[in-house]
Design a protein around this ligand. Sequence first.
Ligand code: ADP
Ligand code: MG
Ligand code: MG
Length: 429
Amino acid sequence: METRQGIATKEALDLQSVDQDLVQKMVYDALVWSSLHGLVVGDRSVQRSGKVPGVGLVHAPFALLPVSFPESHFREACELAPIFNELVDRVSLDGKFLQESLSRTKKVDPFTSRLLDIHSKMLELNKKEDIRLGLHRSDYMLDEQTKSLLQIEVNTISSSFSGLSCLVSELHRSLLIHYGERLGLDSKKVPGNSAVIQFAEAMAKAWTEYNNARGGQVIAVVYFRAGYAPTDYPSESEWRARLLMEQSSAVKCPSISYHLAGTKKIQQELAKPNVLERFLDNKEDIAKVRKCFAGLWSLDDSENVSKAIENPELYVMKPQREGGGNNIYGEDVKETLLRLKKDGTDEDAAYILMQRIFPSVSLTFLMRDGICHKDHAISELGIYGAYLRIKEKVIMNEQSGYLMRTKVASSNEGGVAAGFAVLDSLYLT
Ligand code: ADP
Ligand code: MG
Ligand code: MG
């Protein structure tokens, strides 16, 4: 176990004490519920899965019971959603800031460089996006030692699980309606979650505002469920398609500038003193946002690089990538930093350095492939935000549901799809 604090058993429910028969009943009901309500994903072990609709489905990995989370911190995260929506919008309008902040990264990261090229072309054309649609998810962990809610990152492209997260909340409510009394838990303490409806509503409103009903002829809204990873562009034709979409008058979710505003490098630049002030006017909003920033540094910050070499377990190194599995942890942080120092090239500009956050560890029942495992786990809370704007008029700016992901505490990263994390919901305490 890599956690510093050891094991905290702070959950409202003491899982150790739950009777095995009851667990087996809940497992059975939860699996039936998942199949009936579409809490399912493609089953990789079935060859035709993903090719033939309705073939090869398995329940999504989920936690059997919701994880305890302080209501005050949940509210804090929800309140941040509209502020981050606004911040992404403001940053996206500052083409010079995006280009300059990513200029060193551009030299060493071919993928980010291609995105920046598309962005440059739009700047040259002086292209304006009058209708701007953002479907974001800002992720947080609750740092155990300081009891503070700290942001992991904000996703501005392909923010995932808005559909399944709602179902997991419903599953947990349903289990607590049936078994809550025996567990000493109240189903009403699982907050409502309508992420998928709110995202769909934002997309539909963007279509309405585009106001051209010639369907089949004119494309009004482009939503990217891919396009955030280099592997999504196996040839030049994908890059040409991305450019074509960007040049078009369609509403892009995200536009190239929203995409770039969501990079880790921009997150790190925004955390520098006096940068938020360039984009946000309201002092309280600025203070709220700053409070959730963890330590973030560029690799040309030699003082913090030295500290990270000394105590690598307290840091995470991140390249400009999305989708999980790209970060560097522990001894690898030290090795990579030492190598970059020795090489003396610009390659360091591909990464940012971040304070490692240590959430409290609790016992969880993790369900995967119909099997229930009990393990020590940590959780990450994502808050969805939907934003729609037409020129000066903000049509929609709201918090739009949540996603809880819980992963085995010994795993550094572990996405849901990668097999370490499960979908979860929360139980307000
Ligand atoms: P991605 O865009 O690939 O999802 P993230 O920044 O979210 O990149 O990192 C992936 C995962 O790594 C997170 O879901 C979290 O589990 C872990 N992680 C990222 N940053 C930190 C951090 N500062 N402290 C602890 N864990 C982190
Ligand atoms: Mg991300
Ligand atoms: Mg992430």
